[in-house]
Design a protein around this ligand. Structure first.
Ligand code: SF4
Length: 262
């Protein structure tokens, strides 16, 4: 991909995430948005998904007795952000489960991405109430380059966040009862968990067949371009327990779609 075409594609993503209108109550069909190929969709890293996960997930990993679950340090995250920014990625989604308090590194990652690289940041959470400290942290970010995505939420579900001028969106990827089709979006995305392990997407974290190795040892663009790795998610992988919520290209498409309807 030429630098110019990469910039053009990134402009599309950037504009989509600068979507200024309220999210409509009803989500568009995941099947419709994902099953059909996107215009201009090409392989190569375009989306970075950081999945620090819930406390429970991290504790489960820590207790499994395996090596290799060493947590990412801030410098490790900064390296990932620097690396992907150099590759033209201009938006990061950070999935943080329900416990932002347990992941104070989120705020530093956000600030680094925004201050050093002018990136847009989306924080995906299940939280329905931010405490005073979290609101303070949010207020310290660039409001126009920050989005909050809430599981099962809508544009009005976090008034204390909206009052800061930060837009809030639903994070849901699937409508209830919808079937997830085969998905090729990981051809342009990498998801990194709190231990630095890279996966095709957040839905398949922990599954060996989608394990791309550790971001401290391998380059993100190399694993995304590696045709020997699996970049296609089988139909029906998304379940009630693990859903496509927070998926960066999915959120971008939904936002773009909602904008076109207003
Ligand atoms: S979470 Fe995975 S399977 Fe679901 S839409 Fe995103 S890339 Fe596809």
């Amino acid at each position: 991909m030429t630098g110019k075409s990469a910039r053009n594609e990134n402009d599309v993503v950037k504009k989509a995430l600068e979507f200024p209108r309220a999210v409509s109550g009803r989500l568009r069909s995941f099947v419709q948005t994902v099953a059909s190929p996107l215009e201009n969709e090409k392989s190569g890293i375009k989306y970075l998904w950081i999945h620090v996960g819930s406390f429970e997930e991290r504790e489960a990993n820590a207790d499994c007795g395996c090596d290799g679950h060493e947590e990412m340090q801030l410098d490790d995250w900064y390296n990932v952000v620097d690396e992907t920014a150099a590759l033209g990625v201009d938006t990061i989604i950070i999935t943080a489960g329900n416990c932002l308090t347990g992941h104070p590194e989120i705020w530093d990652i956000c600030r680094w991405a925004q201050d050093q690289h002018d990136m847009s940041i989306g924080i995906h959470t299940g939280l329905r109430c931010f405490d005073e400290g979290q609101v303070e942290q949010l207020a310290s970010l660039h409001c126009e380059k920050t989005r909050i995505f809430v599981d099962g939420g809508d544009a009005n579900c976090l008034p204390q966040v909206s009052a800061l001028g930060i837009q809030v969106f639903a994070a849901d990827g699937l409508e209830d009862g919808a079937t997830q089709p085969r998905c090729d979006l990981p051809h342009s995305m990498c998801c990194i968990d709190g231990g630095g392990k890279m996966y095709a997407c957040g839905l398949v974290i922990g599954q060996d067949e989608f394990d791309y190795g550790n971001s401290k040892e391998k380059r993100v663009d190399h694993v995304v371009a590696d045709q020997n790795l699996r970049h296609s998610i089988p139909e029906n992988t998304s379940t009630a327990a693990r859903r496509c919520n927070g998926c960066p290209p999915l959120l971008e498409r939904k936002i773009r779609s909602d904008r076109s309807c207003h």
